[in-house]
Design a protein around this ligand. Sequence first.
Ligand code: MG
Length: 387
Amino acid sequence: MSRVLSILGSTGSIGVNALHVVKNLNQELNVKYLSAHKNSQRLIEQAKEFRPDAVAVVDTVAAKEVQGALKSEAIEVLSGRDGLLELACRQDVDILVNGLVGSAGMEPTIKAIRAGVDVALSNKESLVMAGDIINSEKAVSGAKIFPVDSEHSAIWQCLIGENIGEVEKIILTGSGGPFRSRNISDFSSITVKDALNHPNWSMGQKITIDSATMMNKGLEVIEARWLFDISVEKIDIVIHPESIIHSMVEFVDGSVKAQLGVPDMKVPIQYALTYPNHAPATWEKLSLPEIGSLTFESPDLEKFPAIQLAFDALKKGGSCPAVLNVANEQAVYRFLKGDIHFTDIPKIIDQACQTMAFFEKPVLEDILSLELETTRFVQEFESQLKE
Ligand code: MG
């Protein structure tokens, strides 16, 4: 089965795990392209180990360092955002792994799909912002999306051999994040350090904050809507603190299928790269007797208003989810800088969703201009904060 890969965001959490999978599968996967934002040292190490034909570095200063270090290696080095987009268009790979963070991942997904390249998608923001556009592009080029997000990988696996018309609902599970049992009156004192301390999953900073606000689950609802072409009314969230059941599908007869495993991103990444096969692995496997019990509860929408904001944006449709996504991302960055309170994040998103222009059927240019405007709106947003 040898497959040729492009890995965007190779120095981030998903990229590093994807390269673990490449090693686990030994000769079966070949890395042709890698990209990084600015972690030049890690990219240089990866390039020397995996010998890609080309790498792209978005940060131009870091790109110069990589160029210098790889001068004698016969590895092409592309630079800047344009270099990343150029790499995303290249058709001589079987699968492009999109492990980029945030809205910056949307255009590379669209470009790869348009080029007819299958995408192993970790960047859920692509579908949140442009799900309709991406599905139209898929229909034209025939390219596929293989979900990497653990919940969506679970749903995908539960749906194999099934008829989507017989699905009663999709049940997305979520751990509830670090603040599930915290009293709501203590939410305003949440620090960046508290929020970065996820109980089960080890991930990048942006998604870890999204898990703490539970916007991550909201974004995953929107992602599921487009991935599985299912209406919002058929998507439910259940809190499952152990993160062992990665999601479930309920059918019209009441039968429920679930997919289980240790909370390790290498499992869904590998499946996306070996589909329709499951390949052997040496990482830790699930031991149910050791876990003992699995528990479930309903999400607390009062503590986690981000969930409702995401459902509302999806129901309103059009360009709303794109604004929601960009406002969330920018608010998260402000929180990480110590600029705003944790509880300001959903307030800012709500304001942005109410204020920004609405496009019923946005084209890519509409979404890109909304991205700029929403970014500015959030960066300049001051009133009502620190109340
Ligand atoms: Mg997930």
